[in-house]
Design a protein around this ligand. Structure first.
Ligand code: ATP
Ligand code: MG
Length: 225
């Protein structure tokens, strides 16, 4: 009964100017699987995550999330799938400046029409888990880059998504905090049987994954060392 959480088949993407980022890229993520993607700056890692989330489109190929093909979906259906099934930690945090931290983290649940009280309570639990339990009423402008990154991680996990997409989620964190955050993400994946694609430049973070892949023009290949 366990379908794959994510299936990528034959994905190709070129930039508007014509430069080819990748071609014929295939990947399967099963429930509970945690895969790290590495690769040099500009190779297309963020572009790939955006395509998986339906925020960008490939030139060829298909993305299947929890059994649903993105190719066949309307824009509205794609948005609903992203809202319900995906948690995205963006490379640039994308927190909402006019909402306090609890409201920011509760936002995915509010979009799913959860009760405000329940959503804020759950947001408090997640903020506590990333070490910001005493900052619920703070606003993003009062936070450091590393603290904002932790808010973004709490928000990506709050609705227990089937698929977690994390783009360099520890880039702004000191080594100890980074280790804790990666452990929290990895634990969420294993406990809930969700799957995670983790883009990282950190060999330490990548080492926690079940598989390490390198993005290149040829697609995803096993990373060595
Ligand atoms: N809208 C756009 N128009 C043209 N080129 C773009 C656009 N967005 C991204 N690019 C280019 O696409 C390439 C891949 O970008 P992407 O952000 O996916 O790289 P990345 O692997 O995530 O890099 P990094 O490790 O620095 O985050 C880069 O060369 C970038 O300049
Ligand atoms: Mg990037």
């Amino acid at each position: 009964m366990h379908e794959d959480t994510l299936g990528l088949t034959g994905l190709s993407k070129s930039l508007p100017g014509g430069r080819k980022l990748f071609e014929g890229l295939d990947l399967v993520l099963r429930p509970g699987e945690h895969v790290a993607i590495m690769g040099e700056s500009g190779v297309g890692k963020s572009t790939l995550l955006n395509i998986v989330a339906g925020l960008d489109t490939a030139d060829e190929g298909d993305v299947v999330v929890a059994g649903v093909s993105l190719n066949g979906l309307s824009e509205a259906a794609r948005t609903a799938l992203r809202r319900d099934r995906i948690g995205f930690v963006f490379q640039a945090f994308h927190v909402l400046p006019h909402l306090d931290l609890a409201q920011n983290v509760a936002f995915p649940l509010i979009l799913q029409r959860a009760s405000r009280t329940a959503a804020l309570a759950r947001a408090g639990v997640l903020l506590d888990a990333v070490g910001l339990g005493d900052r619920l009423r703070s606003y993003p402008k009062e936070l450091s880059g590393g603290e904002l990154q932790r808010v973004a991680i709490a928000r990506a996990l709050v609705h227990e998504p089937a698929l977690i997409l994390a783009d360099e989620p520890t880039g702004n964190l000191d080594p100890d905090t980074a280790k804790q955050i990666i452990a929290l993400l990895a634990r969420s994946v294993k406990e809930r049987g969700s799957a995670m694609l983790l883009v990282t430049h950190s060999p330490t973070a990548a080492a926690t994954a079940d598989r390490q892949l390198l993005l290149s023009r040829q697609g995803l290949v096993p990373a060595h060392g």
